[in-house]
Design a protein. Structure first.
Length: 312
C-alpha cells in the first residue's frame, strides 16, 4: 500500500484578508496621479515658503485651508453632499488619517520655514521607502530580496543626506523626519478605506482638520492684515493643495504601494528647481549623493515591478 505524501502546512492568509491584485493599467494610473500630486504639492510648498516669511504660520495655514475647503465643498455640492458620508466601518481609518494629516502639515511647514526647501525635500524622499516596507508588512504586498535591498540602499542614502553629527542634522531635520512618518501614517490609513468612501470625502475632511488647526493656532499666535499679493499667493497655494489632495488620495487607492510610492521622487526635482529660482538655494554635494541613492533605489523598484508584471 502506497503511503500518501503529506505536504507541510503552509500558513496562507484567508482570501478576505489578501490584497486584491491590481487590474490592468491601475499601477500606471496610480503613478500618473502620484506625479501630478507631487508637482502640485511642490508648487504649494514653494508658494507657502514665500508667504510665511512675512505672514504668521498658523494664519497662512488657516487661510490656505479655507480656500481648499471652499474648492472641495463646491465639488461635493456638484456631486451631492452624500459623497462626504463616511460609514462607521471607515471612521477609525479616517481618524488615523486626520492625525497623520494634521501632524505632518504642522511639522512640515515648521521645517519648511527653517530649512532650505531642497534639503527638506531630500529628507522627505525616505517616505516612499517607508511606505513600501510598511505596505509589505501591513498589506502583505510581495517584497522580494531585490526590492528589499533597494530599500536598504535608499535608507543609506537618507543617512548620507542627514549626516548625523553634521551641520544639517539639527532639530529641524528631526522635525522633517517626524513629518515624513506622519505622512506614512496618513497614506497607509488611506489604504484601509472601503470603496464607499469617496476621494472627495477624504480630501475634504483632511482640509477641514488642517484648517481647524490653523484657526486654533492663529488665535494664539496673532493675525496680521494680508497684502493683496499675499492673498493671491494664498489662493494659488490653496488651488495647488486641492489638486494635490485629490490626486494623492486617488494614487494611494489604486495600484500597489510598492509601485506607486516611488513616483513621489518627482517632488525633489520641483523642490530643487523652486529653491534655486525663488530662494537662491542649492543642495550641497552630499545631499545630491544621498538623494541619488534614494531616487536610484526607487527607480529600481519601478523597473523590478515592471519585470514582475511581464512575468505575471
Amino acid at each position: 500500500m502506497r503511503t500518501p505524501i503529506i505536504s507541510p502546512i503552509r500558513r496562507v492568509r484567508p482570501v478576505s484578508m489578501r490584497p486584491a491584485p491590481p487590474q490592468a493599467g491601475e499601477n500606471l494610473r496610480g503613478a500618473g496621479l502620484m506625479t501630478l500630486s507631487m508637482v502640485s504639492f511642490g508648487c504649494n510648498d514653494a508658494v507657502m515658503k514665500f508667504v510665511i516669511q512675512d505672514m504668521p504660520l498658523y494664519q497662512a495655514i488657516f487661510m490656505r485651508g479655507a480656500v481648499v475647503m471652499v474648492f472641495l465643498l463646491a465639488l461635493a455640492l456638484r456631486k451631492g453632499l452624500g459623497v462626504l458620508h463616511v460609514g462607521s466601518g471607515d471612521r477609525m481609518a479616517m481618524a488615523l488619517r486626520l492625525i497623520g494629516e494634521i501632524a505632518s502639515t504642522l511639522l512640515f511647514l515648521n521645517a519648511l520655514h527653517n530649512m532650505a526647501i531642497g534639503n527638506l525635500s531630500a529628507i522627505m524622499q525616505s517616505l516612499p521607502l517607508v511606505v513600501m516596507l510598511a505596505g509589505a508588512l501591513v498589506f502583505g504586498e510581495r517584497l522580494g530580496w531585490r526590492r528589499s535591498s533597494a530599500a536598504l540602499v535608499g535608507l543609506i542614502g537618507v543617512l548620507v543626506i542627514l549626516r548625523p553629527g553634521g551641520e544639517l542634522f539639527d532639530i529641524w531635520a528631526l522635525v522633517a523626519l517626524g513629518s515624513m512618518l506622519m505622512v506614512a501614517l496618513r497614506d497607509l490609513s488611506t489604504r484601509k478605506f472601503s470603496r464607499a468612501v469617496t476621494t472627495t470625502a477624504v480630501a475634504f475632511y483632511a482640509a477641514m482638520g488642517v484648517t481647524l488647526m490653523g484657526a486654533i493656532g492663529s488665535a494664539a499666535e496673532g493675525w496680521v492684515a494680508p497684502s493683496p499679493l499675499q492673498l493671491v499667493l494664498i489662493l494659488l497655494a490653496g488651488c495647488f493643495l486641492a489638486v494635490g489632495y485629490m490626486s494623492a488620495v486617488g494614487a494611494m487607492r489604486i495600484g500597489e504601494i510598492s509601485y506607486v510610492a516611488p513616483f513621489r521622487y518627482t517632488s525633489l526635482l520641483v523642490a530643487i528647481l523652486a529653491g534655486l529660482v525663488l530662494f537662491g538655494e542649492w543642495p550641497d554635494l552630499w545631499t545630491w549623493i544621498g538623494a541619488g541613492l534614494v531616487v536610484g533605489a526607487g527607480l529600481y523598484t519601478i523597473l523590478r515591478e515592471s519585470q514582475l508584471g511581464w512575468k505575471r
